[in-house]
Structures are given as C-alpha cells and as structure tokens.
Design a binder for this molecule. Structure first.
Ligand SMILES: Cc1cc2nc3c(=O)[nH]c(=O)nc-3n(C[C@H](O)[C@H](O)[C@H](O)COP(=O)(O)OP(=O)(O)OC[C@H]3O[C@@H](n4cnc5c(N)ncnc54)[C@H](O)[C@@H]3O)c2cc1C
Length: 489
C-alpha cells in the first residue's frame, strides 16, 4: 500500500493543473491515471482555444475562471514553455438575428469582464482575415490558441519536477472510507493507495467516480465533437479563429481554428453519445462539417484534409429541465476529505489553473498548508529544430549531431527531439506519446515515413522488446506477429 496526502483520480489537464498547484505546498501528491499518458482523452481532443469568457452566464464559474485563465495565460505559457498565440477571434454573422445575438454577447462579455470586444463590418474583417466567412463580426482580441497536448504534458511534468508522483495505467476501481476518515483507493493493477484527501478530476467518468466516492445524483450527457484537420497549406490562409454567432442555446456550431503549428481545425459538431471514449467519426458528421465549415473558412477544400478526430464533452445536465449546468467544484461537508469536480466541459482547458487554485483553496480552508520553498513554476520543453533560424539550427547540430538527423520529414522533427521525448519525466514510452510531445507523425503523411523509425528508437533508447512497443499502451501493440513466415531480428 502507498500512502499520500492527496490522491488525484485522473491526470488530464485538470488533474495535472491541480497536482502542479498543490506542489506549491509541502504535500505528497499522487496522480492516478488509467491511461498510458495524460492527454489521451478530452485534454488531447479539443480545439485548443484560449477562450475569452463572453459566452458564459455572468456569475458562473465558467465565466469567472475563463476570464481569469485568459488574462494570465501569457505568463503561464512562458513559465511552462507552451506554444501559444494571442490571435484574437472573429465571431461572424450573416443575418439580422445573428447581429442581435452578437450585440447581446458584447454586453454579456462586458459583464463578465471581457471589455475589448467590438462589432466590425466586412471591410474590417477583410483587413483581419479575408478567408473568414460572414457579413459582419464581433472581434475579440483577447482570445488565443495554444497547444493542448503540450499544455497538459507541461503541467504534469512541472508537477513531477516539483515532487508529485504519476501512476499511469492505473485505473481506480473501488473506494473505501476508513475509520480514521482516510481514504482507500483500489486500482485495476492491484496496487492500493491510501490518502487523506481524494480529488475527483476524472473527466468523462466524473459522475461515476463522484458516486463511488459517496456523492451520487449527477447526470452527465456526453456530447461528441468531430473534426477535420487541414494541411498547413490551408493554414497559410487562416490568420485567426473564425466562429459562427452563438446558437440560441448559447453554444457555437462548427468553427475554423488555426492551430499554433499552422494547421486548421474545422469542427466540432455536437452528437449525443453513450460511450464518450468511442472516438470513431461518422460519414454523416463529416459531410455536415464540410458544409458548415465552408461558411466559416473559404478554403475548406478536400485536398487539404489530412485526418479526422473526435473528442467528447462531459456536460452536466439538470435532469428536470435538460439545461446544461455550470462546473461543479465542491468539498461536500458530509464526505470529508473529498474534493469533487463534475461536468468540466468547455472551457475547461482555459480554466484549468483557476479551477486548480479553487481546489487548493477548498483544501486550505480545512487544513493549514506549509509553503514549499523549493517549488519552481518553470518547465522547459523540447527545443524544436523546425522553429529555429538557419544559424540556430547549425548551432544545435554542432552541439548535438542528433539534431542533424530528420526522423519525421513532414514536420521536420529530428532524432534529438524524439530521444528527448522518450526520456520524458512521466516515463511515457508509447508511439503516441512521442507524437504528442514532438509532432512527429502529425504531418501530411500521418506517420507513413516516420512511425517505424520511432518504434526503432523506442526499442533502442528504452531497451524494449519488439512486442512491447505500443501505440497508446497495452492492447495497441505495434507488432503482433511475423509477416511471411518469419521476422528477422
Ligand atoms: C470537442 C471539444 C472541444 C473543446 N474545446 C475547448 C477549447 O477550445 N478551449 C477550452 O478551454 N476547452 C475546450 N474543451 C474542453 C476541455 O478540453 C476540457 O474541459 C478539459 O480537457 C477537461 O480536462 P479533464 O482533465 O477534466 O478531462 P480528461 O482530459 O478527460 O482527463 C480525465 C482523466 O481521468 C482519467 N480517468 C477517468 N476515470 C479514471 C479512473 N477510474 N481511474 C484513473 N483515471 C481515470 C481519464 O483516463 C482521463 O485521462 C473542449 C472539449 C471538447 C470535447
């Protein structure tokens, strides 16, 4: 049995932000994550927008945390070495009804603290981004785009560098409250964890885990969102995220968002599903995206499609009205030592650190915490060859010849970057883990050229047998048998 002050169930962006913020204090923190990495689910399956906060109901946690998370992100991105651009956003309209709704959201934004939004005409839109659809728009300069994989990984690595322990491939399957009010968590691997505090940040499964911890009654509707990823050639036309005017239900339909690396994401749509972890996409959904995407982005062409993906939002629903509810971040008095997070859908990525600070406050209200004088908020990422000038590239190769060997040709990712990714602080050793840390295999050929080279490096660097190399962990082995009667080693 392992003993900790705090055990966090779920190591996505929320669990990792909480772990990082808790390390500012002298606490032993464990993060229990059922997958082989930290952004396998929602934290790695979203648009990567740093929202401004104008969409959400005034006074709600979503509004408060989005505005707070947005304001601080330049500093956060610098501290954690996260690719981030404060691009601004266009929310475009076509009809008089759209204009009315956009004007309403300018006012709502002001109430929430987003003071810099303005209604602009087509001429001004063309100056900002001529590829955007629409007849007029709201321009919101404080919105931005970030790399959601690197952000989640950076929070987790910073937590680990400051002393938190991550237990990957560790699914919590049972809970018991002990006589001394400590908590026992049993996991699928058989390992048992005892902790004074348990935090539920299990995303899509938050209602089930909440019930397991003694807080029943939450109803989650899982809403899948499908996307197209467009080639960087399309990205050359996209200067700024383009969203449609919000629907009467205050949600956004399909939008076109440039990524920090120069691709364009078109999506997501909204489909109610039973299984949030089934990430298959439908022909119907993709056909719909193609139509709605064209309205937002004039260069939505088939020749630019390089892949599809999907994610699911865990929307907390009022079972009587069917209305979507605010985030739940609570410490119920009748379940001492439990902090429960439910319904952390969009804008959860933007809100991760403000949510984490709220969790720390809930804990601090119950016990005095001692500052950790050694806490270091800074984390350095992998130096990216592709982003460097010619002289900087030459210097990198001189220092480390592995920078001179290109492994992923589409994205210009070098052997040096893959090797650094394989020796990551979390101990992730999967092909997808390398992809999320370096972008190797995210380009036009989607791994056709580099995947085998990455598997070879995994074996070489980590001493793995050929049948131990996986895409995303157990059950996704890259090599399952001999081809044509034999495999030479
Ligand atoms: C389509 C889509 C678009 C979005 N776009 C944006 C955006 O542009 N901007 C924005 O701010 N937000 C956006 N969001 C919301 C944002 O992505 C989420 O709010 C955020 O990622 C939630 O993080 P999480 O850590 O709660 O969830 P997750 O990343 O799902 O992490 C929860 C973790 O808990 C683990 N877990 C579950 N059960 C157990 C168990 N029993 N034991 C151990 N581990 C367990 C899971 O494996 C998982 O890794 C979007 C979401 C979606 C779906």
């Amino acid at each position: 049995m392992r003993d900790f002050d705090v055990a966090i169930i779920g190591g996505g962006v929320i669990g990792s932000a909480i772990a990082r913020e808790l390390m500012r204090y002298q606490l032993n923190v464990a993060v229990l994550e059922k997958e082989s990495d930290v952004c396998v689910h929602t934290s790695g399956r979203n648009t990567g927008m740093l929202h401004a906060g104008f969409l959400y109901k005034p006074g709600s946690l979503k509004a408060k945390f989005a505005v707070e998370g947005n304001k601080e992100f330049d500093t956060v991105a610098k501290e954690l070495d996260v690719p981030f651009k404060r691009t601004g956003k266009l929310i475009v309209g076509f009809t008089p009804e759209d204009r009315e709704r956009l004007e309403y959201f300018i006012q709502r934004g002001k109430i929430n603290g987003v003071i810099d939004m303005e209604l602009i005409d087509r001429k001004r839109m063309d100056e900002i981004d001529s590829s955007a659809g629409g007849n007029f728009a709201v321009y919101c300069p404080s919105s931005g785009i970030l790399d959601p994989f690197i952000y989640t990984i950076a929070l987790a690595e910073n937590a680990v560098n400051n002393g938190a322990e991550y237990f990957l491939n560790t699914e919590v399957i049972a809970y018991e409250r002990l006589a001394d009010d400590q908590h026992l968590l049993r996991t699928k691997t058989g390992e048992i964890f005892r902790a004074r505090w348990v935090i539920n940040s299990s995303g899509l499964r938050s209602a089930q885990i909440s019930e397991m911890l003694g807080i029943p009654g939450y109803v989650i509707q899982l809403v899948k969102g499908e996307y197209f990823v467009l080639d960087k050639k399309a990205g050359e036309f996209a200067q700024i995220p383009v969203y449609p005017a919000p629907t009467p239900q205050f949600t956004f339909d399909t939008h076109a968002t440039p990524t920090v690396d120069g691709n364009v994401l078109v999506g997501p749509n909204s489909i109610n599903v039973e299984d949030g972890e089934d990430y298959s996409v439908s022909q119907e959904g993709m056909d719909g995206l193609q139509e709605s995407g064209k309205k937002m982005f004039k260069h939505m062409k088939r020749e630019y499609y390089i892949r599809t993906f999907a994610g699911a939002r865990p929307k907390l629903i009022d079972p009587e009205t069917g209305q979507v509810q605010d985030f739940v971040v609570q410490r119920p008095e009748n379940t001492p030592g439990i902090i429960n997070l439910v319904g952390i859908e969009s804008p959860g990525l933007t809100c991760a650190l403000p949510i984490a600070r709220r969790v720390v406050k809930l804990l601090k209200d119950k016990e005095e915490l001692t500052r950790n004088p050694a806490f270091n908020p800074v984390r350095k990422g992998i130096v990216r060859f592709h982003d460097k000038t010619t002289q900087e590239k030459a210097r990198l190769i001189q220092k480390n010849p592995d920078y001179g060997e290109i492994v992923c040709r589409c994205e210009t990712i070098t052997r040096a970057e893959i090797v650094q990714a394989l020796h990551n602080p979390l101990g992730v050793s999967t092909v997808n883990g390398v992809k999320m840390r370096t972008r190797a295999s995210m380009g036009r050929c989607q791994g056709g050229y580099c995947e085998m080279r990455i598997t070879a490096l995994i074996r070489e660097e980590l001493g793995k047998e050929i049948d131990e190399v996986t895409l995303t962990g157990c059950g996704s082995e890259m090599f399952t048998g001999a081809v044509k009667g034999g495999m030479e080693e």
